[in-house]
Each structure stands twice: as structure tokens, then as C-alpha cells.
Design a protein around this ligand. Structure first.
Ligand SMILES: C[S@@+](CC[C@H](N)C(=O)[O-])C[C@H]1O[C@@H](n2cnc3c(N)ncnc32)[C@H](O)[C@@H]1O
Length: 156
């Protein structure tokens, strides 16, 4: 979250609400206020448990159950976008739903276990540029992009 370089006024979209606790979502609600936070979780069971946990903490951010690779169905653009699951490429919807000058922080992953944390600046809703900022973020891959059980014969 530190990498988001956000301030008190920032609006945030998070992809990957949680392992059942909604921990990072709760941190963002505390930091920015629940009305500034949107979080998307693809697993309905996990989403339900995270919602209940956040509710117990008194936080009611905008929670969406669905495939975050398709975005967060925002009518506005978030100033910050963060993914706590790995993706094979930055989904176009994340660029579109982040304000110009806003940041996207996400883990890029490949099927051969390569991974790295990237931070991108969105230029104009059409482009985002940036660089790798860390090599070892340990996030799982988006379920929809998980590697097939057998990758077949790999060339030497
Ligand atoms: C490492 S966990 C997130 C941890 C969480 N932020 C926390 O603080 O507890 C990754 C989450 O991403 C979710 N996920 C995987 N693919 C997704 C997708 N396409 N869209 C949204 N969430 C996804 C998983 O179901 C899992 O709950």
C-alpha cells in the first residue's frame, strides 16, 4: 500500500479483496475512508467472508463480487489502483478506470513462476508506463489466468 503513494483524498480500487478477512481493504478504509474504497473479489465465498469481517469493523466500502480482470465497473476513475493478485498483463480496464496521473500497482506473473511488482503512471486513459519496483511480491495468480496443470514439453 505504501507503493501507492496516496494521500488522504485518494480514491482507490483494489483487486483481490481477500483471503476471508478483507485485511488490506480494511487498512485502506482506515486510511482513506470507506467511501473512497472499491474492492473486487472473484470468489463469492471469500467475498462474503470479507464483507462480514469488514462489516464487523464498521467499514462499508463498495464491494464487488466478480472478475476483476474486467475492471470495477466504475463510473468515475480511481486515483490509485492496486491488485493483490498476480496478472499476466495489466488489464485494459484498469488503465481505463484509473485517472490520468494516477498509479497502478500490481504483480506481473508468468506461468513459469517469474514475477515482479510494477508501478505504472496512467498518462491519458490510453497509456500507462512505469517500471518494476520489486522482484518478490508473493501474490497468487488471478484464478482466470492460472497456469494449466501441464505446460507440455518446454524447449531447453
Ligand atoms: C493474496 S489474496 C488477497 C489478499 C487480501 N488483499 C488480504 O489482504 O487478505 C488474492 C485474492 O485475489 C482473488 N482473486 C483471484 N483472481 C481474481 C480476479 N480475477 N478478480 C478479483 N479477485 C481475484 C483471490 O480469490 C484471493 O482472494
Amino acid at each position: 500500500m505504501q507503493m501507492l503513494d496516496a494521500d488522504d483524498e485518494s480514491t482507490v480500487t483494489e483487486y483481490g479483496t481477500g483471503t476471508g478477512t478483507g485485511y488490506s481493504t480494511a487498512l485502506m478504509c482506515h486510511r482513506f475512508g470507506p467511501d473512497k474504497v472499491t474492492s473486487v473479489e472473484t470468489d463469492p465465498g471469500v467475498a462474503g467472508r470479507a464483507r462480514a469481517a469488514l462489516d464487523r469493523c464498521g467499514y462499508a466500502p463498495r464491494l464487488i463480487t466478480g472478475n476483476g480482470l474486467a475492471g470495477a465497473d466504475r463510473t468515475d476513475q480511481a486515483e490509485r489502483t492496486i491488485a493483490t493478485m498476480g496478472v499476466r498483463g495489466i488489464p485494459w480496464a484498469w488503465v481505463r478506470e484509473t485517472a490520468p496521473g494516477g498509479l497502478i500497482v500490481a504483480t506481473l506473473r508468468g506461468w513459469l513462476r517469474s514475477l515482479g511488482l510494477v508501478r505504472l503512471v496512467v498518462e491519458d486513459g490510453q497509456h500507462a508506463t512505469g517500471q518494476f519496483i520489486a522482484a518478490d511480491p508473493a501474490f497468487m495468480m488471478a484464478w482466470q489466468q492460472a497456469a494449466p496443470a501441464n505446460l507440455g514439453m518446454l524447449p531447453g
